[in-house]
Design a binder for this molecule. Structure first.
Ligand code: SME
Length: 155
């Protein structure tokens, strides 16, 4: 997918998520629809949410193959994103120390935090691709916008 096409799809997804989130604040419903929308419109391999529950991440609504349920703090790309409190892009998951392989088909990954009003990370959007280096700043900007839209409604 070229950059223009990707930007157009993200712009439409952003509008649809704003419409879905308008007047709705149920976290499961909004995460579920966002995962469906992103999987469908951007054609990602796996799109889902992990929620901060105590001292670990627990799988939330997702679209794609079955995934690992619990991730300890600091473990994997998701745990790294949680600790850092900022978007993490991994071009080659095999080169990321401690990457948790939920599917052997996954080659690259982006993880974006959802923060509450105090700035604490409360959940993550995790997206996997079967292509190497499939994510860049275009994805980070668009997904951070989506993450902020959701966070404003649910946290
Ligand atoms: N690869 C992630 C685990 C979650 S799956 O990608 C769905 C990680 O290393 O944290």
């Amino acid at each position: 997918m070229d950059k223009t096409d990707k930007l157009a799809r993200y712009a439409l997804a952003q509008k649809q998520i704003e419409a879905l989130a308008s007047g709705e604040n149920d976290a499961v419903a909004l995460m579920a629809n966002t995962a469906a929308l992103l999987k469908d419109s951007l054609q990602f391999f796996w799109v889902g949410f992990y929620r901060v529950v105590g001292d670990e991440l627990v799988l939330g609504p997702f679209q794609g193959p079955v995934a690992c349920i619990r991730i300890k703090k600091g473990r994997g790309v998701c745990g790294h994103c949680w600790g850092k409190g900022a978007t993490v892009i991994v071009d080659d998951v095999d080169a990321f120390p401690g990457h948790i392989a939920c599917s052997s088909l996954s080659r690259s990954e982006i993880v974006v935090p959802l923060k509450d009003r105090s700035g604490a990370v409360r959940a993550l959007i995790d997206i996997d691709s079967t292509l190497m280096a499939d994510f860049d700043q275009t994805d980070a900007d668009a997904l951070e916008h989506i993450a902020n839209t959701l966070s404003d409604r649910i946290f």
